[in-house]
Design a protein around this ligand. Structure first.
Ligand SMILES: *Cc1c(COP(=O)(O)O)cnc(C)c1O
Length: 404
């Protein structure tokens, strides 16, 4: 049984005050809050197991290694990867994308093409631009419509025998649109192109099945799904991970080193140079346990209820426009008040203890499309409530009164 009041007891931060008001945390798309079960796992690790992994004969090192590898298996099972060595620990989504982009440097030629979408986060645009500069390949963009949806008929036209890679986010962080990735992946494969899906924004809401999707690469960050910052995961199909060269050189990623030649370690260690974020990896596993115990179906049902309620209540405010009106959305609401800068709205909301994000949300091309400097973004999680949405609506009305 899903009970939001019981769930809220798990999050110590939700009982603090901000500017004398109870915190209303609506910046979940930037980072999620941490339940005490995950905090406990961090304390437990440093209190009982802290040691470097994979190389020690001593007991602590072996225990830490076991916990770290168990966490990898939890991630494997959560995303339904075929092998645990297809899961690479990263420092986050950005790292995972750069790892793949770097790997493709040696595989692309001048006439090759890469397709990205108009809905991308900067971290899913810039690495590809850099890759194109290095290889001479061309970047193509799937355009979007007024509702904030990708136009699939245009995607069909961009695909050709020159397409080598397609990179799209599963869910847009700026608008909340859920993209039709099943279609995108299937079409790309018809042309022999590989597909990387940026799952930073979907993984807190949806449990993806990478085998069913038949996706080549999938990346996510722990800190957006109740885990710690500085850790994430890259899933890659075994055949692709074998083909890609290592990203960084260092300890842990080698099999044998002489000054003449180094041979690389097997997967996944080939991509895990240096001492990783051990506590982060282990507690990423704890965060997945926590979310799975609540259940992603329960989370999705409840969050949709919140999204409909918030959309309805906010739309009733005169002069308020919502950006991103696709029928397929997660619980993100981007909006503006007519004639008022989003930053000013955000500042007034903060005075009321309400945390929202304002600005371009690392997605300037979307803002350019709508010809706006940015939006106010309220992104909701399963621990938010309708009462908090009421507080937001009152706050927005107050901001409108004060600023117009
Ligand atoms: C947050 C986010 C990223 C970047 O994630 P990091 O954890 O900062 O590396 C990339 N893509 C999308 C869609 C995001 O929401």
């Amino acid at each position: 049984m899903f009970n939001v009041e019981t769930i809220r007891q798990d999050f110590p931060i939700l009982s603090r005050k901000v500017n004398g008001k109870p915190l209303v945390y609506f910046d979940n798309a930037a980072t999620s809050q941490t339940p005490k079960q995950v905090i406990k796992a961090i304390v437990d690790y440093y209190s009982n197991y802290n040691a470097n992994i994979h190389r020690g004969v001593h007991t602590l090192s072996q225990e830490a290694t076991d916990l770290y590898e168990q966490a990898r298996q939890k991630i494997q099972s959560h995303f339904n990867a075929k092998f645990s060595h297809e899961i690479i620990f990263t420092s986050g989504t950005t790292h995972g994308i750069n790892l793949v982009a770097n790997g493709f440097s040696s595989l692309l030629k001048k006439a090759d093409e890469i397709i990205v979408s108009a809905l991308e986060h900067h971290s899913n645009i810039v690495p590809w631009q850099m890759l194109c500069e290095r290889t001479g390949a061309t970047l193509k963009v799937i355009p979007m419509n007024e509702d904030g949806e990708l136009i699939m008929t245009d995607y069909d036209k961009l695909l050709s025998k020159h397409t080598k890679l397609v990179f799209v986010n599963h869910v847009s962080n700026a608008l909340g649109t859920v993209n039709p990735i099943e279609y995108i992946i299937e079409k790309a494969h018809q042309f022999g192109a590989a597909v990387l899906i940026d799952g930073a924004q979907s993984s807190p809401h949806i449990k993806p099945d990478v085998q069913k999707l038949d996706v080549d690469f999938y990346v996510a960050s722990a800190h957006k799904m109740c885990g710690p910052t500085g850790v994430g995961m890259l899933y890659g199909k075994e055949e692709w991970l074998k083909k890609l060269p290592p990203y960084q050189g260092g300890g842990e990623m080698i099999a044998e080193v002489t000054f003449e030649k180094t041979s690389y370690a097997d997967l996944p260690h080939k991509f895990e140079a240096g001492t990783p974020n051990i506590a982060g990896g282990i507690t990423f596993g704890a965060a997945l346990d926590y979310m799975n115990a609540i259940g992603f179906e329960n989370i999705a049902t409840y969050e949709h209820e919140l999204l409909s309620y918030a959309t309805e209540q906010l739309s009733a405010i005169k002069g308020l426009k919502i950006y991103g009106t696709s029928a397929q959305k997660t619980s993100v609401i981007s909006f503006n008040l007519k004639g008022i800068h989003p930053y000013d709205v955000g500042t007034i909301l903060d005075k009321l203890g309400i945390a929202v994000r304002t600005g371009h949300h690392c997605a300037q091309p979307i803002m350019d499309f709508y010809k706006i400097p940015g939006t106010v973004r309220a992104s909701l999680a399963f621990y938010n409530t309708k009462a908090e949405i009421d507080a937001l609506v009152e706050g927005v009305k107050k901001a409108k009164m004060m600023l117009s």
